[in-house]
Structures are given as structure tokens and as C-alpha cells.
Design a protein around this ligand. Structure first.
Ligand code: 5GP
Ligand code: MN
Length: 352
């Protein structure tokens, strides 16, 4: 279960032992003006910042981390950017990507967590003994965020964490260089699938326009961050599609370690976009992809049709995400993970 960070005021356990995330009446999470002021205060006072994004980072994780790091460095602060896992080589076009470390060692007076919905998502970068003495500011857009920082700027109306970092840089009068603009537009493009998700708002488009004016190339970033893929991953996707099943409105596929090895896929993680492809079936109310990890645990990627909510499902299993796109990790073996999750998804559809 989620480790508590000492400053936390967050998710509660309900009577049935399942975690519930705190929600406003509108069923959304919007950060208070107070949180913004407090966050800015912490950042202005800090000298040595450890900025951390979530493990298995996607484009929004890398983009928002780099933009934050570069922005704060321009104020003369020492910023260390860290992530448990290396960025995918597709993001090598981003300036500063090679400065991201895979360790949280060092002396810091402020921790900043970006695009992570709970402390576990920081993985091995968070060092419980050393870091529990240092305040943490959280910037995130997941509706399941457990408010694990001393200050939590969490806006689930924001399509990406990159838009939140854009707002932060603007608030602090930090110049948006071409490098920062490319990082932020990468986050927006990847989390909105190039402005196609229900989370895309007029503000998302306005921010993208500002970033293009600051020097980011929309077509180049879309191609590099979203469109281009390895030939291997196309095979992987094809095999996953062929192995998928449609059952009671749920399209799902399992990817075992053996399948990955037999296909010669070099990458150890990820579903190559399979779950996002499966949910495009008209017949699907929900899609799930189960990927067996090297340690035998099972990563589950979840998607659902509008009107349903997989974020609550993922959260109950210790994960998190957004209303229509979420994920969690379950213990193996594969068959048990699949049975548990399919039963829960059937209930979600029944109770719609
Ligand atoms: P994807 O299926 O694209 O990997 O993830 C979809 C969404 O769910 C993302 O917002 C991602 O951050 C979130 N997510 C995926 N796996 C996990 C998990 O194990 N824990 C949490 N907290 N969120 C997850
Ligand atoms: Mn994100």
C-alpha cells in the first residue's frame, strides 16, 4: 500500500479497505490559489532542488521535468533532474535529456515531484530516510493524486503536467526558451495524442500556440514523440492485436515475458501503444493490456470509453491515472491478475 510521506494529507482508506481518492463535488481536482502561492514561495527560497518525475517516464514526464529544471536553473538555482528509468531514445532531440540522473543522492533543500500521482511513482529516486527531512512540492494533473507533498499543485483539468509547468514559469516570469518550449510541447502532444483526447481544452491549444511562437516545432515534435516507432514495436503491436480478445465489451491482451523474448523485442517495458489501439474498437467499453515484468509482477494498462472511469479502478489496485486512461501493477501470476482485473472491469461496466 502507499507509503506515507510525512507532510501528507491525502487518500483515505474506506470501510472496505479500498483506497478512495478525495474528490471535489464536480468530480475533479483543481489546485487552490493558495497552493500556487505556497509552491512559488518554496521555489523562490530554494537553493538546491531535486526535481523528480515518475518511473517509466512518458513524454509529459520528461518534457515537464526538463522545462522545470531548465527554468529554475535560469534563476541561478542548482537543480538536479532525476528519474528512476532512462528516457526513451525517441526523446533524444530534447535539450538536457542526458542531464537527467537515475539517482536521488545529494544534499537538497527542496524536492519537487512532477507528473507523479503518488510517492511510489518516484520509485528508487525517493530515499525515505534522507528525503523525509526535506519539504516536497508536487506538480501534477492526475485525478488520483494522493496529495503527498507539503504543497500540492494538482489540476486534473489540465491535459498535461507540462501545461502546469508552463503556468508556473509564466507566474515566475521565467523566459521560455526554444529548448523549454520544445520540452513542454512534447508533453502536451504526447498526453493529448496531438490534441485528440477529451482532456484537450482551449487553454491547451492556446498554450501550444505560445510554445510554437517560442520556437517549438509542432510537426517535428509530433513526428518524433508520437508517430515514429521502431519496426520491432510494429511487430509487437501486431502480435498483441492478434492475441487480443473481446469479451463482454472488454478488449484485452496479455504479453508474457516469453512472447517478448520470442519476438526479439529489446525494450523491457511498455506496451508499444497496444492498449490505446485496442480501445479504438467500436465494441469496446474498456481495454486492458497485461504485461509481465521481469520480476513476475504484471503491469496493467487501462482505457475506457467516455462515461466510464478506470482511474478509480486503477487506484483501488494501488495505481492511478486519468478517468479514461490509467494503470496499476498487480502481483503475478498472469492468470490471477487477469481474472481480478476483468471481474472489476465487468463491475464497472455493469454499474455504469
Ligand atoms: P499508460 O497506460 O499510458 O502507461 O498510462 C496511462 C495513465 O495511467 C498515465 O497517466 C499513467 O501515469 C497512469 N499509470 C499507469 N500505470 C500506473 C501505475 O502503476 N501507477 C499509477 N499511479 N499510475 C499509473
Ligand atoms: Mn502526464
Amino acid at each position: 500500500m502507499n507509503t506515507r510521506y510525512p507532510y501528507t494529507a491525502g487518500a483515505e482508506e474506506s470501510d472496505d479497505g479500498l483506497q478512495q481518492f478525495p474528490e471535489s463535488e464536480e468530480g475533479e481536482r483543481r489546485s487552490s490559489a493558495r497552493a500556487w502561492v505556497d509552491a512559488e514561495g518554496y521555489l523562490r527560497r530554494a537553493q538546491r532542488i531535486l526535481a523528480i518525475t515518475h518511473l517509466a517516464p512518458d513524454g509529459d514526464a520528461i518534457g515537464s521535468l526538463l522545462a522545470f529544471g531548465r527554468g529554475m536553473q535560469s534563476l541561478g538555482k542548482a537543480v538536479t533532474m532525476a528519474c528512476q528509468d532512462a528516457a526513451h531514445p525517441r526523446f533524444n532531440y530534447l535539450g538536457g535529456v542526458h542531464d537527467i540522473r537515475q539517482s536521488g543522492d545529494g544534499a537538497f533543500d527542496l524536492l519537487v515531484a512532477i507528473d507523479a500521482s503518488d510517492l511510489q511513482r518516484l520509485g528508487t529516486i525517493f530515499l525515505p530516510v534522507e528525503h523525509s527531512r526535506v519539504p516536497m512540492v508536487v506538480f501534477d494533473h492526475h485525478i488520483t493524486n494522493t496529495q503527498f507533498g507539503a504543497v500540492n499543485v494538482v489540476d486534473s483539468n489540465s491535459a498535461s503536467s507540462s501545461e502546469i509547468i508552463f503556468k508556473l514559469l509564466r507566474r515566475m516570469d521565467i523566459h521560455i526558451t526554444g529548448e523549454i518550449a520544445s520540452a513542454l510541447l512534447t508533453g502536451i502532444i504526447t498526453d493529448t495524442l496531438a490534441f485528440r483526447t477529451s482532456s484537450t481544452t482551449p487553454e491547451t491549444l492556446a498554450t501550444a500556440m505560445d510554445l510554437m511562437r517560442a520556437g517549438a516545432s509542432l510537426h517535428d515534435i509530433t513526428r518524433r514523440a508520437l508517430v515514429l516507432r521502431s519496426y520491432d514495436s510494429i511487430h509487437f503491436l501486431a502480435a498483441g492485436i492478434m492475441a487480443s480478445q473481446l469479451d463482454d465489451g472488454i478488449v484485452y491482451a496479455t504479453i508474457t515475458r516469453k512472447m517478448r523474448k520470442d519476438m526479439g523485442v529489446k525494450e523491457e517495458r511498455g506496451d508499444a501503444g497496444l492498449v490505446g489501439t485496442l480501445i479504438t474498437a467500436m465494441e469496446a467499453s474498456a481495454a486492458a493490456v497485461f504485461v509481465e515484468n521481469p520480476d513476475g509482477s504484471i503491469d496493467v494498462g487501462l482505457r475506457c470509453a467516455p462515461g466510464l472511469d478506470v482511474s478509480q479502478v486503477a487506484f483501488e489496485f494501488g495505481g492511478g491515472g486519468h478517468t479514461v486512461a490509467a494503470g496499476c501493477t498487480l502481483p503475478g501470476p498472469m492468470r490471477d491478475a487477469v481474472n481480478r482485473m476483468l471481474a472489476r472491469l465487468r463491475r464497472m461496466i455493469r454499474e455504469q
